[in-house]
Design a protein around this ligand. Structure first.
Ligand SMILES: Cc1ncc(C[n+]2csc(CCOP(=O)(O)OP(=O)(O)O)c2C)c(N)n1
Length: 339
């Protein structure tokens, strides 16, 4: 068992157990989604295996009124925000661009273009402040994203204008097949200093460390003390996506040290050592995860096909001109009925 504890930050036994429960459930969803992709039900899947502690710890540390601006790998965070995983899979099946209402869940759409969400998050945080709200924005990205111009511009802007934003880098050590050392000289966390705010590197496989760092950074931002950068060091245990074969560029021996630092197993061992988790509770959480996976599968298979005309025309104009409506009619006339 990894030596743990860290202060549990005043979390109750129930809350400590719930961190474990959430990690188990999102891991089960991740595995199920990969299975569904392999069965031809999804176009693509990007696993987050190994990154559960960062995703759960960070989401739980934010207030429910705060905003989360994700990249594409934060399915687990979205689940922690209460978004239905079966509905979300519609995105990976190619049925929709946006399966949830970002305002309702305070969780913005997944962003595939690397780092483009970072300036958006800063602008959003500035907007929250201009409206006089106490909301904070959690902006999430990978280590590869920190090489992008967008990332640096956003960091600079946030530092100059003291935007209420927490930057969370899930440093999973890979940008597809490019290892961290091949594109990042120096430390990601220390870059924050150059932009005039604090940066910290933490163990991203330790759910309590993540919770603690994100909660402190969010509190500072809420008090008007500006942005922070958190580099959560973790490891991408799976492939980049289901379209990738990591055995072409990564050795089994690279994975081995991280397998023994599995975020769920180490946390479970600590919970047991504190008498906060027993076999009965672990079994019932596993059963809950199984039920979630079954419901997710069922929901995905029942998702309706999108209407081609609606997906092309519905969101173009608020008040569509007559010529546009005519074009739609002509397009609809060309469609053959779906069996
Ligand atoms: C602007 C842009 N450039 C390139 C790509 C292709 N691409 C997709 S994911 C990825 C790597 C991103 O790595 P990282 O930021 O570390 O996130 P991770 O996938 O490890 O979570 C790249 C280069 C892209 N989606 N967007």
């Amino acid at each position: 068992m990894a030596e743990k504890p860290l202060a549990a930050d005043g979390l109750s036994p129930q809350q400590l157990l719930d961190l474990y429960r959430k990690m188990v459930i999102i891991r089960r969803a991740d595995q199920e989604a990969l299975n569904l992709q392999r069965q031809g039900e999804l176009g693509l899947w990007g696993q987050f295996l190994g990154q559960e502690a960062t995703q759960v710890g960070a989401t739980v540390a934010m207030e429910s009124t705060d905003w989360i601006v994700p990249s594409y790998r934060e399915f687990g965070m979205a689940m922690c925000r209460g978004i239905d995983p079966g509905e979300m899979l519609g995105y990976f099946r190619g049925l929709t661009h946006g399966p949830w209402d970002p305002r309702r869940y305070r969780f913005l759409p997944f962003t595939i273009s690397v780092a483009t969400q970072v300036p958006h998050a800063v602008g959003f945080a500035m907007g929250c402040r201009l409206e006089g709200s106490r909301e904070v924005v959690l902006c999430v990205f990978g280590d590869g994203a920190t090489s992008e111009g967008d990332w640096h511009e956003a960091m600079n802007f946030a530092g100059v204008f003291q935007a209420p934003v927490v930057f969370l880098c899930q440093n999973n050590q890979w940008a597809i097949s490019v290892p961290l050392r091949r594109q990042t000289a120096g430390s990601i966390a220390e870059r924050a200093q150059g932009y005039g705010f604090a940066g910290v590197r933490i163990d991203g496989n330790d759910v309590l460390a993540v919770f603690s760092a994100v909660r402190s950074a969010a509190d500072r931002a809420r008090r008007g003390e500006g942005p922070s950068l958190i580099e959560a060091v973790t490891y991408r245990m799976g492939a980049h996506t289901s379209a990738d074969d990591p055995t072409r560029y990564r050795l089994d021996s690279d994975l081995a040290p991280w397998s023994s630092r599995d975020p769920i197993e180490t946390y479970a061992a600590w919970l047991r050592s504190q008498a906060l988790l027993d076999e009965g509770q672990a079994d019932s959480i596993d059963a809950e995860a199984e039920g979630m996976a079954e419901a997710m599968r069922g929901k995905l298979r029942r998702l309706p096909l999108p209407s081609p005309a609606a997906s092309l025309f519905d969101r173009v104009y608020h008040d569509p001109p007559a010529s546009f409506l005519k074009e739609r009619e002509e397009f609809e006339a060309t469609l053959e009925p779906v069996e």
